[in-house]
Design a binder for this molecule. Sequence first.
Ligand code: SAH
Ligand code: SF4
Length: 432
Amino acid sequence: MNEYDSNRIYDIAEKNNYKKTENSIDADCYVLNTCHIREKATEKVYHEVGRIKKEFRNKKKPIIIITGCVAQAEGEILLQKEKYIDAVLGPQSYHEINKTIQKIERDKKKINITNFDVNKKFDNLNLIKNKNSKVSSFLTIQEGCDKFCKFCVVPYTRGPEFSRSLDELFKECKELVNNGAREITLLGQNVNAYNNNGKKLSDLIYKISEIENVKRVRYTTSHPIDFSRDLVEIHKNSKKLMPLIHLPVQSGSNKILKSMNRKHTIEDYLDLVDMLKKNNPNIKFSSDFIIGYPGETDNDFNETLKLLDRVEFINSYSFLYSPRPGTPAAKMKNIDFLVAKNRLITFQKKAFAKKMQFKKRLFNTKSLVLFENKMRNKENYFFGRDEYLNSVIVKTKENLSGQIKEVNIINGNQNTLFGEISNKSINNVYAA
Ligand code: SAH
Ligand code: SF4
């Protein structure tokens, strides 16, 4: 979401005659767009500001603005502690960026805008064209969270759940496609909680699939408890919706899920996985895991390992539990750090083996690849992604940007699959 936000910040600042610089030393204004989800977020901000200070020692000081969730969480403290910072803008206030820059230029006063006026933000953003021109583009459809998992800072930094209107999203999606986008990833902290005047995520997917040049649709991140029947069904009916579902589970233990306030059991999760697979056998899953949450025993951890075998996640993102200031879990007793670290290593080894198993199964098979861009440092090589988000590289002199081709996968490593184009262009992707 920060990538989407950063692009929008550029789109807005351009109206104020600010352009992207290639070299950081040429900048008149720095915007550090920050994430607060895990440890060391605030330290990273001070560190980066310190680096800029050094870089500009003998030059005119650039304007320094901190945006994103660290700005929201720390606000005034950042301004007090680091005088080099000129302004903090929370994630629901970045539409104020031009006014902020102009005020700093004029009054040389510190500015702190951290209110939650998300309606106003999108009303403002709707007036400014989205200039992002990547083949695979993000589109924020929903923000905020009402779930209050005990470990998570999002409800406090992004505010309550809010869904943008279907019409404005359709319009922005068309803009992205006109700029060259062919794959749209719909974003939200709880993307499947999307609900605007009764219109649901499945309605939005059907609607944007009507745009001919939208070739692929993805969405992330889903919460298991918001996975409604219509969303299950659309995975069978839509030809444009990709068969990879990112469905964070966090832990395999019911005791830990309850203590995290995840609002579902492992049995509920497995029922959902089975229903989705039955509905469409091509579907695969990826997930997020928190290792070493307060109260996690060897037994709980083994339940999480067991889940890796049961679901066969093709990608698992695992994080050591990190106490976030202001969250209920931050008041709980932490488990031993070394125990948690060792569990994380064990988990990641097993998850990696699963991922490689899946990749190897793709060798000597055909995949549909949407090509994005030429490789920067490798002439005559093109980069794309298959339906499961695997990176695929082929050798070719052709410009394949934006095209879907059938590729024979020959081999690969942990990061990339290598293949050859089987000379069949796939243009007959129907509207869902
Ligand atoms: N809304 C999504 C997750 C958004 S946060 C969901 O409910 O699944 C992205 C991921 O960061 C989470 O899935 C979780 O695995 C991780 N995360 C969030 N807070 C964390 C914390 N305090 N410590 C470690 N990992 C955390
Ligand atoms: Fe955080 Fe996701 Fe839980 Fe919301 S549902 S509190 S974003 S982990």
